[in-house]
Design a binder for this molecule. Structure first.
Ligand code: ADP
Length: 473
């Protein structure tokens, strides 16, 4: 049993708060009730004594004293009557006050002046306490004596005790109810936390398919969702890492196998003509170049992904950058008989970026468009869009990309048609680099494509705010 558990901590806090509130409350209720009951009894005996005093004063019948004595018994009170000298002439059985004994002179004096008496009396034999109310008997201004009514304080204590028991009982009931409620509530809070702790420990051990059940929409629910997302991302990261290493070894092995094979042929003199030898040397040269490119690309990508990539950011004119990239691609497009169409809007706003890296993006996309287009044209459009953005479209009439492959083409080493891409000299890293470069410069890239019709890469960059409605160039 771990006392450090949240269920105990929460439970103890609730119970403590409950006790801090309930105990003083019970104490105050008890005091109020006791005081109220006490004054109520005092008032009752005051009323009784004045009623008896009035009755005796009016009737003057000696039997009346005995009748009142009997009535007092019914009312569970005691009574004694004194004459004008303070001598007890009637007593309903109060021990220590026999008939004929005298009450104090001051009291008789008070009564004769028409005052009431309130006092406490302790029975000398049993020690029983009584509340006493005395009233004068006055007829037509003449003083005839007094009536005393006594109520046992013991009885008051008993009644209050009964109420007190009830109070304690209901307090205890409420306490146990709160205890049960607190226990259930704390379990409801702590159970999902324990489940999440177990799941995270499993994930830490490498069981990345572990998931937590999301049972509520509150903070605990969103914590469970966050843990699940973390596990999913870790799983994806692990899978892509595995895939990446498999790809990289395959990609590096292919050119090395070519180089190794052709170098062996040349070394062993297994060629027939000088022309054949030159052909093999060409292949070795091509594959070495591809290997160098791939290593350079990989190095760049890893620097970008680690955030260690230096960009020389400044306000640049994308139109100039695009014109330079198109000039470089012109020859290759012409060699394939493709038309290159360039349409740049006038007064394009500047974009905050790295000129060289922007050119790398454009050249990469133009190279791809030329590489995967056999006939038709490649058109490039650039304009300012609402929301102060510069839009760039690279559209070709090439082979297109199948719809289900579009989500993956920005991944490292992803190729639509593996053999065709290799034949075109691609490494499968170009688009991954383009995407990283676009995003590092605050832009977004999207692609739309249809097999057999063509492909359109769309790039957006945030542009310089326009001053007084005029674009700066
Ligand atoms: P690669 O070096 O193989 O061209 P990329 O990362 O540049 O690698 O492109 C990934 C894949 O996307 C390519 O293998 C190709 O199949 C596809 N692709 C890229 N650009 C185009 C395009 N303009 N038209 C058709 N397919 C394209």
């Amino acid at each position: 049993m771990r006392w450090n558990r949240i269920v105990f901590k929460l439970g103890a806090t609730f119970i403590l708060i409950f006790l801090v509130v309930l105990l003083p409350l019970g104490f105050v209720i008890d005091k109020i009730f006791f005081g109220f009951y006490f004054s109520q009894v005092q008032e009752d005996i005051d009323q009784l004594s004045s009623r008896y005093a009035d009755a005796i004063a009016q009737s003057k019948n000696p039997m009346m004293v005995h009748m009142i004595g009997m009535m007092a018994e019914f009312s569970h009170v005691y009574l004694y009557i004194v004459d004008e000298k303070g001598k007890i002439i009637a007593n309903s059985g109060i021990p220590g006050l026999p008939e004929g004994s005298l009450i104090s002179k001051e009291e008789v004096g008070k009564l004769s002046r028409g005052h009431s008496i309130r006092k406490e009396y302790v029975d000398p034999f049993y020690g029983t306490q009584f509340l006493v109310s005395g009233k004068p008997i006055i007829t037509k201004g003449a003083f005839y004596g007094g009536v005393y009514v006594l109520s046992s304080i013991e009885a008051i204590h008993q009644s209050v005790q009964r109420v007190r028991y009830m109070l304690i009982l209901s307090g205890m009931g409420a306490f146990f109810l709160a205890l049960g409620f607190t226990f259930v509530l704390s379990r409801k809070l702590s159970d999902p936390l324990i489940a999440m702790e177990r799941a995270t420990r499993q994930i830490a051990k490498g069981k990345l398919d572990t998931r937590v059940k999301v049972t509520s929409g509150d903070e605990l629910g969103s914590l469970a969702e966050a843990i699940n997302d973390l596990a999913k991302n870790l799983q994806r990261y692990r899978d892509t890492r595995k895939e990446f290493f498999a790809n990289i070894s395959h990609e590096l092995r292919t050119p090395i196998t070519y180089i190794e094979g052709y170098a062996k042929i040349l070394r062993d003199g297994l060629y027939e003509s000088e022309e054949e030898k030159k052909q093999y040397l060409d292949i070795i040269h091509q594959e070495s170049k591809r290997l160098i490119r791939m290593i350079e690309d990989l190095f760049e990508l890893s620097k970008m992904e680690e955030g260690k990539f230096d960009l020389h950011l400044e306000w640049i004119d994308l139109a100039e950058v695009m014109e330079s990239a198109v000039r470089k691609a012109h020859l290759r497009a012409n060699a394939k008989g493709l038309e290159l169409e360039l349409d740049i809007e006038e007064d394009l706003p500047f974009v905050y970026g790295d000129g060289l890296r922007m050119e790398q993006i454009f050249i990469n996309l133009l190279d791809n468009a030329i590489r995967y287009t056999e006939q038709g044209k490649i058109s490039i459009k650039m304009w300012r869009e609402e929301g102060n953005r510069v839009m760039i479209h690279f559209e070709d009439t090439g082979i297109g990309i199948p719809e289900h492959e579009i989500p993956y083409i920005f991944e490292r080493f992803y190729r639509v048609e593996k053999s065709r891409s290799r034949a075109h000299g691609g490494t499968g890293l170009g688009l991954a680099i383009v995407k990283q470069l676009v995003e590092l410069q605050g832009g977004e890239i999207r692609v739309f494509s249809e097999v057999g019709k063509g492909t359109c890469f769309q790039i957006m960059f945030p542009a310089e705010p326009i001053k007084s409605g005029e674009a700066k160039r």
